[in-house]
Design a protein around this ligand. Structure first.
Ligand SMILES: Cc1cc2nc3c(=O)[nH]c(=O)nc-3n(C[C@H](O)[C@H](O)[C@H](O)COP(=O)(O)OP(=O)(O)OC[C@H]3O[C@@H](n4cnc5c(N)ncnc54)[C@H](O)[C@@H]3O)c2cc1C
Length: 433
């Protein structure tokens, strides 16, 4: 529990996931040691934690490191040192019995001749005067043409987000959806591209210990932290947060918990609460499945078709060989949209989908399964988000409450960004003291 000694701190950090721990680490590196990290669970790491069970280990689905910025690379290398390995992405899309290399839009050569012709015809027509797209659907159609949209982007994204791309804005897709020039798509209709594309062509992963190895490395650097310490109420006027009924005074507050949850914890602020109620998230269920056969290695496969209840499947044992008890076992992470209660029926549907993809056979034995639910997995980019989030973040900052991380800032981001955002935030916070 929080002790009397910790009732007054300069910087109080809510959440002991990667963003909260990285903020504390960065504060310490900038010479500010008067901080405290509060984590509601009995373990650190949030969605970047790794679970060890019966000789297996697994992340919340696959948590792979995509490193792009110099700062992100420096921090990760400093934390993980020789426990970091790079991997070449081996990803494809499975649709209508075809395996199309990722990204779909530059591998039209792998589609049926009929689809190839339609796509090429659409993309060689003079483009109508470009207007600024407002929805993700408009952005896809403008970037790739209607047939690529209908064949992949629409079904895949509808499955993942649980709503039509016409109901999503397009301000998140910049770094995450490769948008090649039309000429590149046309070239890819004739020839398989030789250079890998997209933000995740190469990824990194700890050699040992899963993504949780990064959390352990960060936690070693952060001495002022408490687990089993849920923040239950916050008063920004008196700069007080409560862990159950224990008050903690702070000068600066850093929140890494989902933005609507933070606003819900605030005393007063009826207007902010009304705004936050308009924010929505898509949950994800993860099913980890091990079979007693070494399958051909791949990184992950996107599955837009309705026949498979999952939208993506990855092979943990391909990038984490010691995630399984021996070399003859394969461990998959299988991601399903929404909250899916475990049942024999859904397990049978998953198995049938995996068989269609050729990843399991009826001779294979299940040797391990585990379920995880992520209630707040993907921030929904609806119109309300674009209007509400900037106002919420600005108003909170005016009251010395700084939000960070994918859920704290209610955005689409990843682990490297948690580290760089935390670093930049710590630099701002030390200047404000
Ligand atoms: C399915 C999926 C796959 C992903 N794959 C990747 C990937 O491959 N690579 C990548 O870089 N990123 C990936 N991400 C994104 C990555 O998970 C996030 O960017 C990262 O976990 C954000 O960390 P965080 O610390 O900001 O939030 P979290 O991990 O959510 O941590 C927040 C912490 O706050 C705690 N908390 C909540 N409420 C309270 C409270 N009231 N009091 C105290 N503590 C509280 C929680 O218990 C949690 O530990 C993926 C995300 C999902 C959903």
């Amino acid at each position: 529990m929080v002790t009397a000694k910790t009732t007054r701190v300069q910087t109080l950090i809510i959440g002991g996931g990667i963003t909260g721990l990285a903020t504390a680490y960065a504060l310490k590196e900038h010479g500010q040691h008067d901080y405290l990290v509060l984590e509601a669970q009995d373990y650190l790491g949030g969605l970047c934690a790794t679970t060890h069970r019966n000789g297996y280990y697994f992340d919340y689905s696959g948590h792979l490191l995509h490193l792009h910025s110099e700062l992100g690379q420096t921090l990760i290398h400093k934390l993980l040192g020789s426990n970091l390995q790079s991997h070449k992405r081996r990803a494809h899309i499975y649709t209508q019995g075809l395996r199309v290399p990722y990204p779909f839009q530059t591998n039209v050569w792998a589609l049926s001749p009929h689809l190839q012709e339609k796509i090429v015809a659409e993309l060689t027509q003079p483009s109508p005067n470009a207007t600024t797209p407002h929805t993700f659907a408009q952005w896809c159609i403008q970037s790739f043409g209607p047939t690529l949209y209908e064949t992949f982007f629409q079904p895949y994204n509808e499955k993942l987000w649980g709503r039509s791309p016409a109901q999503l804005t397009c301000d998140w897709c910049g770094p995450f959806v490769p948008a090649p020039h039309r000429q590149e798509i046309l070239t890819g209709a004739r020839l398989q591209p030789t250079t890998p594309q997209g933000y995740n062509a190469t990824f990194y992963y700890p050699k040992h210990g899963g993504c949780g190895a990064l959390i352990e490395a960060l936690a070693e650097q952060v001495s002022h932290r408490q687990t089993n310490a849920p923040v239950t109420r916050i008063d920004l006027t008196t700069k007080t947060a409560w862990v159950n009924d224990h008050p903690i005074r702070f000068e600066q507050l850093v929140s890494t918990i989902p933005l609507p949850q933070l606003v819900h914890l605030l005393d007063e602020h009826a207007k902010l609460k009304h705004m936050a109620r308009q924010l929505e998230a898509q949950p994800v269920t993860v099913y980890h499945l091990a079979v007693d056969r070494k399958v051909e290695p791949f990184s992950w496969i996107y599955c837009p078709d309705p026949q498979q209840p999952f939208y993506r499947v990855g092979l943990t044992s391909s990038f984490a060989p010691d995630s399984v008890p021996n070399d003859h076992i394969s461990l998959f992470y299988i991601e399903l949209p929404g909250k899916v209660p475990p049942s024999a029926d859904i397990e049978a549907r998953i198995w049938s989908g995996m068989r269609q993809l050729g990843l399991v056979t009826d001779k294979d034995q299940k040797v391990f399964t585990a379920w995880q639910t992520i209630p707040c997995a993907y921030v929904i980019f609806n119109n309300q988000r674009a209007q509400v989030v900037p106002t919420l973040l600005r108003t909170l900052e005016e009251e010395h409450c700084f939000c960070a991380g994918r859920y704290g800032r209610w955005e689409y981001s990843f682990m490297e960004k948690s580290l760089t955002q935390a670093w930049e935030l710590a630099q701002r916070l030390v200047k404000l003291v």
